[in-house]
Design a binder for this molecule. Sequence first.
Ligand code: SF4
Length: 245
Amino acid sequence: MNVNEELHDIVRQLKTELEWAARTGMLIEDRRIESPAVAPVPSVPKRETASGSHSKQGMSLAEIREDLGDCTRCKLHQGRKNIVFGVGNQNAELMFIGEGPGADEDRSGEPFVGPAGQLLTKIIGAMGFKREDVYIANIVKCRPPKNRDPERDEIDACIGFLRAQIAAVQPKLIVCLGRPASQTLLETTTSSSRLRGQWKNFEGVDVMPTFHPSYLLRSPENKRFVWEDMQAVVKKLGRNLPKRS
Ligand code: SF4
């Protein structure tokens, strides 16, 4: 990269940071929302999943929830307080998928309500949506102990329900938050830093992998990348960013 290109890149990054700060009310280095450290996640090998079939497809969200029942299909049921099924508009054009519930979500039964969830809600708002406009779910629906990553057998047991939720909502676009969600849905072992910002496809639906909000809480300097990804999502949906007040 020559000097002019480097300067152009620095200006572009600064513009992105200022845009982010203006729209979310959060500076890139803002650490007002604290989050516990989360260990790096292991790669998920490419493989066919046992419950990745289409057997649950064609069901409504209510039917999928009923089918899930008081699920004991994997060992994660042992420590959970609540199943965190998913929340939002059943006809949403935009769906966000994370890896699994944390402590706050386990307590409330709703995904993304803790500090990372509050940041996600800000991001959704900055994109011109309300939280209730979109649909939010996770790869696994019960909290992994000590917030560890979901294990392969747990993902295999649970992923069929997420696939069915995607089929029921029929979003125009999916945003995968973090490596476990991105690698699982896209069946790849590519790192999240290589995946993020690159358009992918899941059964005909455009997918944008990006960083998980909990990672942004630990590494706020990466918020600008997520904001770039979300700008691309808004554009792909044929929308405009809301006018700044
Ligand atoms: Fe059932 Fe999914 Fe919970 Fe495992 S994580 S017990 S498969 S709902």
